[in-house]
Design a protein around this ligand. Sequence first.
Ligand code: 4UV
Length: 545
Amino acid sequence: RNLNAWTQDRIIKSPYANIEIPNCTLYDYVWQNLDKWPERTASVCATTGRGYTYEQAFKLSNIFAANLRTKLKLKDGDIVAVMLPNIPDFPLVALGIMEAGGVVSTINPVYTAHEVHLQLVSCDAKLVVTLPETVSVVKDALKLAKLNIPIIAVRTNDNAVPEGTILFNELTEDVHVDKSCLKKVRRSINDICFLPYSSGTTGLPKGVELSSRNIIANCQQTNEPLIRTHNETTETHQDAVMTVLPLFHIYGATVMMFHKMSQGIKLVTLTKFQPEDFFEALQKYKTNILFVAPPLVLMMASHPAASPDKFQYLEAVINGAAPLSEADANRFLDKCKHKLDFRQGYGLTETSPVVSLTPRGLKNYGSVGYPIPNTELKIVDSGMKSLGPNEKGELLVKGPQVMRGYRNNVQANTESFTVDGWFRTGDIAVGDDSGMITISDRLKELIKVKGYQVPPAELEAILREHPAITDAAVVGVPHPTKGESPKAFVVLRSGSKANVKEISDFVSGKVAPYKRIDDIVFIDSIPKSSAGKISRRVLKEKYCK
Ligand code: 4UV
């Protein structure tokens, strides 16, 4: 490993040798080794034990793809919204859509109709896949969006299926479907296959255009022997990864699903998070790899049911999605009676997601490690001048995992990339002499609650819809278990009366539970820059100390 990471131009090079990116679609990449492990479990539900072997998953997903083309007339490049929790069918749905030439746009299954409709309109979805339990939310969203597109329901139990939906299970069981239609699919490595949503540095959530090349590159980059977190699947060994973090988020999708399936690993899916079920499943399925976000680390360190035996099979635990303190990492590690490979990854939806990862054995838990192969970093000041070792500034990234751009958003793309092609992360970082990165702050507006994105602009738009409110601003404030929580500042229309509860309920009716605002302060005016931008720093300094 080359630790002379800094170049004369103050670019931090990856210490690892470059990797090759195979020229294929993500769909082909994930299934490329299928014949090595057809009988191994691909995915299994942690609570019911329902699941699929690799061969079953491939076959059913393939039939689903053919039905999407023939019965539902899906065309190359069509967007399919997937609003599902972690279920063993998730990879069959996602890969089937890709095989049929479609693009998967994932939606958080706890979203309200208001949130779902915004994404359906923005991505111009041609189909929605969801659970029977969330069909009514999707129907309400379609009404709000004035859209009339088919809904496919994935049945996971004996519950009734709402009217007007197509059963996923029927689309995977029709073995007589003509598969020749799949030969007509024309998707290449540079076409988008995945369209998750992220607010980026500012504004509302935007579609992040990820190509097969972006995601395949990220899988290959994290296969590097010094940083990989998995073992090889062999005749006698199969790793099991616990997918407790959501598969709709890029961390779950690439790191836990696409990458791990390309390596023949078992996905243990947890649909509904209950600490006791989670601990039991860790032990029952002998889960040896676990990806976490800071609130989960805190919970594992402190929950009464978290006895050391629950963690006995864990070999690698990787934290990402939000900052974790060394003290919290150690609190969890003290609970485990055996030696664990504890790592920290850093990345963004826009970078497929992994940018950096700590190498095996590195005990600096506050750091996010070195840039992964084929990745270059730069740290710049506010005037975009490159900084050197031990100087704090905004982190910029170049690499094959960086998105093509935000969908239909020239302005956001111009703001997010420098003229010479560096992607601006909006995070404040520092690199030491060896090129090891520590994330120290966030420059961008984004709030992260339990690792989930909460874009202030989205909450501000909702607050401004309230009849008693003329102006509003939202900032993130530190929270002991969630990492951050949103705090709102509102200016009431003169003569109007509205109390904290009324406003809080108004917002809660439109957003997912983790975006709710309980902390509301009434002020006379929102401080703004001369260009009319909200001065969030001023609000934080004045009211959040
Ligand atoms: O777009 P997003 O919601 O994406 C993520 C990605 C999480 C990842 C990525 C690669 C990994 O290997 C992994 O373990 C987890 O969350 O949010 C992107 C923003 O989240 C913050 C940072 O502000 C990003 O711009 N963030 C992500 N990872 C870290 C982090 C981290 N390890 N430490 C501090 N902040």
